[in-house]
Write a protein that binds this ligand. Structure first.
Ligand code: FES
Length: 382
């Protein structure tokens, strides 16, 4: 309470009573209460010069001061309520009682203002919608604080967005139908020339259909015909193979063997101690000329090892037959002398044919271990 702007109504009234009762006391209450602060008196015209101010002026100043304090907080909500009271008061006609009543009214209205627009943010937020409504209704709606507060409390002046149901209810009350926005699709882009299909000639579709049907019939017929042809061909081939197999079964297997008798040349063709190997590959025979038991003979030896049946080789340098399988060795006359071979080589029958040539007969064999080499059919004496 350092200056007159912040003086409460009670202080101002007390000062007014003093002035009214004292017949123009030249010392106003604010100054008496705050003699050291004459500075704010210059801001408000009425309390600035106490000696010249009437009660009405002081009340007006008090109201402005009271409302000024609240106006800064809720200027938009309350100024309308204070203004009409000012011209209704005529200073020369008002008594102290009226002034008090007016002051009380202002006080009460001030209390209401304090309720409507408290300094706290929460209450200001609550009062904000109510404050907007009186501004909008400045020209037509109620202009006093009570009516503004009543309108705010009733909720009819609800600010901000509203729900669909509320909009529908309001539209029902006012009879206005909300305008519906019709969705308009954007226009389609124009087709370029290359994308446009060629015009179909009359009768082309019928011809195309006929061609498709003909192709399908031809393909079906070809498929069926080819399937039948493949099936019958397979059956015919199978029957032919079966007939050929049966015919082959009717003839016996024939084993073609070389002849058992064959000629190996003249006896003079073989020198003493000579072994002919040229008949080994074809007939499996060595024809040799050598002495056996002190007798010169020409004989035919079978080229089969007596161990396990391998084919030995004639080694001219070593003058022996050598088996490559297990190392059996045989002399020129066929007697075994090394290796696992258990007995001498076998001889075939040999003779001098009518033409003077030596003839070998493989159908007859002679074994040395049983004394068959003494048989004159097993050699040709030279
Ligand atoms: Fe000739 Fe065994 S088969 S040595």
């Amino acid at each position: 309470m350092a200056d007159n702007d912040n003086l409460s109504i009670e202080e101002i009234l007390a000062a007014a009573r003093k002035q009214d009762g004292g017949g123009g006391d030249s010392t106003p209450a604010p100054e008496a209460a705050h003699p050291e602060t004459p500075k704010p008196a210059a801001k408000t015209a009425a309390p600035a010069k106490p000696g010249k101010m009437s009660v009405a002026d002081m009340l007006a100043a008090a109201r402005s001061g009271d409302s000024g304090g609240g106006a800064s907080e809720s200027e938009g909500a309350t100024p309308v309520a204070d203004k009409p009271a000012t011209p209704a008061m005529k200073p020369g006609e008002m008594s102290v009682a009226e002034m008090l009543a007016a002051a009380r009214g202002d006080k009460s209205s001030g209390a209401e203002k304090a309720k409507a627009a408290p300094p706290k943010k929460k209450a200001a937020a609550k009062a904000a919608p109510a404050a907007k409504e009186p501004v909008a209704a400045k020209s037509t709606g109620p202009k006093d604080t009570a009516s503004i507060l009543a309108a705010a409390r009733s909720g009819t002046a609800k600010p901000g967005p509203i729900s669909k149901a509320e909009a529908a209810a309001r539209a029902k009350e006012t009879g206005a139908t909300p305008a519906k926005k019709k969705a308009v699709a954007p226009p389609m882009p124009t087709k370029p020339e290359y994308a446009k299909s060629a015009p179909v000639r009359a009768g082309a579709s019928e011809r195309r259909g006929f061609l498709v049907a003909a192709t399908a019939i031809f393909a079906g017929t070809f498929f069926m015909t080819s399937s039948l042809a493949i099936g019958f061909s397979s059956l015919a081939v199978t029957m032919l193979l079966w007939v050929l197999g049966t015919a082959r079964f009717m003839f016996p297997n024939i084993l073609t063997e070389p002849p058992t008798k064959f000629k190996v040349g003249f006896p003079d063709d073989y020198g003493p101690g000579q072994v002919a190997t040229k008949f080994k590959a074809q007939f499996g025979v060595w024809v040799a000329r050598d002495e056996y038991n002190g007798q010169a003979q020409i004989y035919a030896l079978q080229s089969v090892c007596t161990h396990l049946g391998c084919t030995p080789n004639w080694l001219e340098g070593e003058q022996k037959f050598k088996c490559p399988c297990h190392g059996s060795g045989f002399y020129k006359d066929g007697i075994n002398f090394e290796g696992p071979a258990p007995r001498p080589l076998e001889r075939f029958a040999i003779r001098v044919a009518d033409d003077g040539q030596l003839e070998v007969d493989k159908s007859r064999k002679f074994k040395e271990e049983v004394g068959q080499w003494k048989d004159p059919a097993s050699f040709v004496s030279v």
